[in-house]
Write a protein that binds this ligand. Structure first.
Ligand code: DGY
Length: 320
C-alpha cells in the first residue's frame, strides 16, 4: 500500500510505517504547492496529512479517487469535509490526547503572559527602555481566585482548567455542546450559557473544535459584553474570532488583552495592526510543538494508517 506524507514527521512514525512494509513517499521539498500536493495525492492509497493548509473537500475527493484513507497529523479536522469522506467510506484519523497537555500549556502561558504584560515588558527591554522601578507603571493583574471561562470543554479545555485551578485557584465555568461530568466533579466546573460565559469570565479561553457555523463567533457583539479586565485566549482555530473586532476591543479597552496561538487569517500578516498592541501576545500556532507531543502524534497517525492497511478500523477516527 502506498502512503504519501506531505511533510517529514518525527522518525518514530516513519519507522513504524516502514516496518509495516508500507511504501512511504515523502517529498524532498518541505512546502508543496497546491498542484504538487494534488499530484502526489493522485498516486497514493493513503495520506498522512501534515498541517491544515490543504483542504479535503468534494473537489479533492473527485480529483483524487485513489485515496482510500487519510490520517491527519492533527487533532483538529476542520480542513476535512467529513461528510464527503463518509459518503465515500474514507476513514479520517486524527491525533487526540497526545497534544492536550502541550496545547493547554500554551493557553496557560498566553493567559499569564497577557496578565503580566510580558510582550510589552520584553519589548521595553529589547529596545533599551528598561524603566526605573515605578509603582504605577507596567502593572499586570493577578489571576488568583478569578473566573476562567472555557469555551469547549474537551480534553484540551479540561487540561487548561485543571492547571489554572491548581496554580491560581480559579473558578471554572464552561460552555460546551454537552455537560462534562468529569470536570464538574473534579474541578467543580459550572456549566453556563454562552451569554453567561462571556459576561462572567475574567479569562475566556477557546478550546472547541471549529465548525463553519461558528465562524467569527467572537466578534464585537461578544467583546462588548465581556468584562473590561477580561483576557481573551484562543489556541483552537483563528476562525473563531473576528480579528478586526478583536483589535477594536483591545484598543478601546473593552477587554484587557488577548493571547493568540491562532490568528485570522493564518499566518497573520506582519503588518497586522494587532501585532503593534502592547496588550497582545501572539504565537505562530505552536500548541503541539513539543518533542513529546509531536512524537505522540507521529505514533498515532502511523497507527491509524497501519490499522487501515490491515483492514481494521482506525483506532483514532474523526468520522463517526
Ligand atoms: C491540531 O492538532 O489541530 C493543531 O492545531 C495543529 O493543526
Amino acid at each position: 500500500m502506498k502512503v504519501f506524507i506531505n511533510k517529514r514527521i518525527p522518525d518514530i512514525g516513519i519507522k513504524m510505517l516502514e516496518e509495516a512494509q508500507l511504501e512511504v513517499t515523502i517529498p524532498k521539498k518541505d512546502q508543496l504547492s497546491h498542484e504538487e500536493w494534488l499530484q502526489y495525492c493522485q498516486d497514493t492509497d493513503a495520506i498522512l496529512s501534515v498541517g491544515t493548509d490543504f483542504k479535503y473537500d468534494k473537489e479533492f475527493f473527485e480529483q483524487c479517487p485513489n485515496v482510500k484513507a487519510i490520517a491527519l497529523y492533527s487533532v483538529g479536522f476542520d480542513h476535512v469535509d467529513v461528510k464527503e469522506a463518509n459518503q465515500r467510506h474514507i476513514p479520517v484519523g486524527n491525533t487526540p490526547d497526545v497534544l492536550s497537555k502541550a496545547t493547554s500549556d500554551v493557553a496557560f502561558l498566553l493567559m499569564q503572559s497577557v496578565a503580566r504584560r510580558a510582550s510589552y515588558n520584553f519589548e521595553k527591554v529589547k529596545t533599551g527602555n528598561w524603566d526605573d522601578f515605578d509603582p504605577l507603571h507596567a502593572l499586570g493583574q493577578e489571576l488568583y481566585g478569578k473566573t476562567l471561562g472555557i469555551f469547549g470543554l474537551g480534553r484540551i479545555g479540561f487540561e487548561m482548567a485543571k492547571k489554572s485551578q491548581k496554580a491560581f485557584d480559579m473558578n471554572i465555568i464552561y460552555h460546551n455542546r454537552h455537560q462534562n461530568e468529569e470536570a464538574e466533579k473534579e474541578l467543580n466546573a459550572k456549566y453556563v450559557s454562552f451569554d453567561e460565559l462571556i459576561a462572567e469570565s475574567d479569562v475566556l479561553s477557546v478550546h472547541a473544535n471549529f465548525k463553519p457555523e461558528q465562524k467569527e463567533l467572537f466578534n464585537s457583539s461578544v467583546f462588548e459584553k465581556m468584562k473590561s479586565n477580561a483576557i481573551f485566549v484562543n489556541t483552537a482555530r483563528g476562525g473563531f474570532h473576528h480579528q478586526e473586532d478583536l483589535y477594536d476591543a483591545l484598543v478601546s479597552g473593552q477587554i484587557w488583552g488577548a493571547g493568540l496561538d491562532v490568528t485570522n487569517p493564518e499566518p497573520i500578516s506582519e503588518n497586522d495592526l494587532i501585532l503593534e498592541l502592547s496588550n497582545v501576545c501572539v504565537l505562530p500556532h505552536i500548541g503541539s510543538a513539543t518533542i513529546e507531543a509531536r512524537n505522540g502524534m507521529a505514533k498515532l497517525a502511523a497507527e491509524n494508517i497501519i490499522a487501515f492497511a490491515k483492514g481494521e478500523e482506525m483506532p483514532h477516527c474523526a468520522n463517526p
